[in-house]
Write a protein that binds this ligand. Structure first.
Ligand code: FES
Ligand code: FES
Length: 221
């Protein structure tokens, strides 16, 4: 219920008392009416209190009614979007650009399913407001990732049959590519540190580790 509706409910209750002849109620009506008149109209925000039909969780951010043009670069393409600048990048990718390879898991930067690269760094898209990006920021998703590390990871993932249900895997792959781009000879500790935030409910961790080592070997050869 928005601010205006709440005020009108309050007014209804007070009107009932006013009809019963209460002077205090009449005074209350005047003060509520003044509050309604003073309430700002252009910048009100609304918050969802239940998950929506797409399963997006309640209230991960304040969604402004006022929108602005946002410019971002995704997979090498300039995009101009009419969205609120506090909309998470994940929603921009999935809902505005129809790039559904990046997955929604937890929405609170805890599972890694939404991992993309921003200027090469693994980034949780669910907690990255699109307004934080500049037009020069380079966003890379699973649909557009390429290069030596990406090829090696893709080949290793297929060779070792890493994927089970697949839901977490675009995030796992994006984190693995970021690791191998910087470090072509990762130790177990390096792999643990890089992949720590990527959760797999199918527990494919052993195969992921083996595939990262296999991809690293391919890159060094
Ligand atoms: S959906 Fe972003 S970390 Fe889980
Ligand atoms: S493969 Fe199923 S969640 Fe990771």
């Amino acid at each position: 219920m928005n601010q205006s509706s709440l005020l009108h409910c309050a007014l209804d209750r007070v009107f009932c008392r006013a009809r019963a002849g209460s002077a205090a109620a009449n005074h209350k009506i005047q003060s509520i009416a003044q509050s309604v008149a003073k309430a700002p109209t252009g910048q009100r925000t609304r918050r969802r209190r239940v998950p929506d039909h797409r399963g997006r969780p309640a209230v991960p951010f304040r969604e402004k009614e006022a929108k602005a043009m946002v410019r971002i670069n995704v997979n090498g393409e300039e995009r101009q979007l009419d969205v609120s600048d506090d909309m998470p990048l994940l929603w921009v990718l999935r809902d505005e650009l129809n790039m559904t390879g990046t997955k929604f898991g937890c929405g609170i930067a805890q599972c890694g399913a939404c991992t993309v690269h921003v200027d090469g760094a693994p980034t949780r898209a669910c907690q990255t407001p699109v307004g934080m990006l500049t037009p020069d920021s380079k966003v890379t998703t699973i649909e557009g990732v390429k290069g030596k590390a990406a090829q090696a990871v893709q080949a290793a993932w297929q060779k070792l049959d890493v994927v089970q249900c697949g839901y977490c895997q675009s995030g796992q792959i994006m984190s693995a590519i970021a690791l191998l781009t910087d470090n072509q000879n990762p130790t177990d500790q390096d792999i643990d540190a890089a992949m720590d935030g990527n959760v797999c409910r199918c527990a494919t961790y052993v195969r992921i580790r083996a595939a990262i080592k296999d991809a690293a070997q391919t890159m060094r050869a």
